[in-house]
Design a protein around this ligand. Structure first.
Ligand code: FDA
Length: 397
């Protein structure tokens, strides 16, 4: 063991929230050191949004977040909102475009956001230490922390935990943030992988033949929450934006309801067909709206029987309508943290101030970003939470 160092503020985690907070503090003249276990900064930012980083959304408000306290996000989101982040990236000449539902992506790749974070930290002298292993954290006296990092002792006045969630352990995710909270006596809402694909039950595995096919659907969870968007059949189960969204509202052992044709009433459509072309076969008619392969599988499995539309009974039409508009899908489970975009749960919001992100029990200890029990829907909301919570924390120090 060598010398001990002092730094006014120590941040654990050089991801979206940690780096953002670091340069906001350094800009205010605070002495800041950021420690990360990885060999690169902001690894999730780099791969986010399919490589184009969906950095925020035009419509940011509390209704897009899940938390045991749905009001918790309001203060931070109000103080640093999507327009503030847009203004920052414009200062860096980062151009962007809107995709559906207000989602904003970089035109020229997510590396631009990583560069912005790195550049701002460098400009204001926030030190970043990579490949760091945090072994021990102690509270020595009022508002003074001691940390053992890579066999070196560090002291700080303010300790900010920005270690993110548990998704994608291959990118450095660890439970350290939750452990720090628990060691200091703070409650942690049990974490769970969300924004994650579902897997097939054994009985449904025949659907793997549809792997690669995508179609627009509406999905509804038992709690009543519903999303419209694409569903993608995969060889493990189902994925796609609508499915990822609903995974945050799904509880194990529940079914989700899938409407495979949300924009039309299949009974009415087929009745019109019946009048115009009674000799047309059911398979041909529904294949005009749904993937032929899906219809073939249903025929094979005898979920529907083919025949001319002239001969189709009302009961058969109703059964078909149920199959198409009210498919009860029982997931076996999810793909888990390996592929999940985020983690639901985290440090209980009752334990921290919504204004400064400081622990109510331990002065000088802060939690920001995904490690907190705040989870955004798909669409740039999680990064906006990272920026907003980091900004609130930096303002509070
Ligand atoms: P973040 O995960 O960014 O950073 C945490 C840091 O702490 C990491 O650098 C990690 O290595 C470090 N760390 C962890 N344990 C440590 C330890 N023991 N010691 C030291 N360091 C440790 N969101 C969005 O809004 N738009 C999008 O487009 C996407 N896309 C996306 C794609 C994929 C594939 C994933 C997995 C996630 C997304 N997200 C997203 C979610 C988004 O990436 C996420 O919510 C934020 O990065 C959270 O920021 P944080 O700073 O809280 O954690």
């Amino acid at each position: 063991m060598t010398t001990s160092n002092f730094c006014e503020v120590i941040i654990i985690g050089a991801g979206a929230s940690g780096l953002f907070c670091a340069f906001q503090l350094a800009k205010k003249g605070k002495q800041v050191a950021v420690f990360d276990n990885g060999k690169q900064i902001a690894r999730k930012v780099r791969i986010s949004g399919g490589g184009f980083c969906n950095f925020t959304n035009l419509d940011v408000n509390a209704s897009h977040y899940l938390s045991q306290n749905p009001h918790f996000v309001k203060s931070a989101l109000a103080r640093f909102n999507q327009w503030d982040f847009i203004s920052l990236i414009s200062q860096h000449n980062i151009t962007y475009h809107e995709k559906e539902c207000g989602q904003l992506f970089c035109d020229n790749g997510s590396q631009q956001i990583v560069n912005l974070l790195a550049h701002e930290c460098e400009q204001y002298n926030a030190a970043i230490y990579l490949r760091q292993h945090v072994d021990k954290i102690e509270l020595l006296e009022k508002q003074k922390f001691s940390l053992l990092i890579n066999k070196k002792i560090w002291h700080c006045q303010h300790l900010i935990v920005a270690t993110g969630g548990l998704s994608m352990p291959a990118l450095g995710a660890t439970p350290l943030g939750y452990q720090i909270a628990e060691n200091f006596g703070l409650n942690v809402v049990p974490p769970r992988a969300v924004l994650v694909p579902f897997t097939w039950r054994e009985n449904d595995k025949f659907y793997t033949a549809l792997s690669g096919i995508a179609l627009p659907v509406a999905v509804t969870a038992k709690c009543g929450k519903s999303f419209q968007g694409n569903l993608l059949f995969t060889h493990r189960g189902i994925s796609g934006p609508a499915v990822l969204q609903i995974s945050s509202y799904w509880q194990p052992n529940e079914s989700i309801e899938i409407d495979l044709l949300p924009d039309q009433n299949i009974i009415e459509t087929l009745q019109k067909f019946q009048q115009k072309s009674p000799k047309i076969h059911l398979k041909t008619a529904i294949s005009k709206f749904l993937p032929t392969k899906l219809v073939e599988i249903w025929l094979q499995k005898q979920f529907i029987q083919d025949g001319t539309l002239a001969n189709i009974s009302k009961v058969k039409l109703e059964n078909l309508s149920n199959l198409i508009h009210h498919w009860q899908f029982y997931p076996n489970g999810t793909e888990g943290y390996r592929t999940a975009e985020v983690t639901l749960g985290g440090v209980d919001t009752n334990e921290i101030s919504s204004k400064t992100m400081e622990s109510k029990k331990v002065r000088g200890l802060y939690f920001i970003g995904e490690v907190v029990d705040v989870t955004g829907q798909l669409g740039g909301y999680n990064f906006q939470w990272a920026w907003s919570s980091a900004f609130a924390c930096a303002e509070g120090i």
